[in-house]
Design a protein around this ligand. Sequence first.
Ligand SMILES: [Ca+2]
Length: 197
Amino acid sequence: MVFPELRSTENYAMKNPAITSDLSQLSLCFFIKLVQDQGDQIVVSYASEDSNDLTVEIYPTRTDFYVDFKLFRFTSINLYDDTWQHLCLTWENNQGVMKLYKDGQFTEQVTNHATKNYTLKAGGFLVLGQEQDSIGGGFDHNQTFHGRLASVNMWDKVLSESDIAAQYINCSVPHGSVINWSLFKNLTRGNVAVEEP
Ligand SMILES: [Ca+2]
């Protein structure tokens, strides 16, 4: 899926409702290819009536994930190298721990105790390529994604490192139990292009 260089709030993919039951843990995985760019880019945002439940925001020198507006900041990876890279994040609400895996390998973990016992609410909007200031809208030109995405999938559990490594090594990704990439091909808007592999 190709998000064009010319930033526009018209370019995105959206699924609603995206999650059918509340989540106390999750894994979100995708392949991403980025060229050098200024500022921040939103890869994924999930918003329900209660909150901006999940946001993935990439900056040139860091990658920020939010659960319920609570920040998990990762500084160990640089994604702006114009190659395909595989990212997985896992989060659970027992300890509020998020783990990041890059190219199938565990990379870094961050704990935010403020997310303990939080659950992502079902029935919200999941958007690829834009950040939602309101549910399903309120997009900001400056937070638009520019790059390529593939195999965006989400599960309602914390995947093991070996599960994640297999996704990367095999390049064949099982369908996510919560978000299934194959459905997104028909949910693009604007000038987002779908390329068959
Ligand atoms: Ca915003």
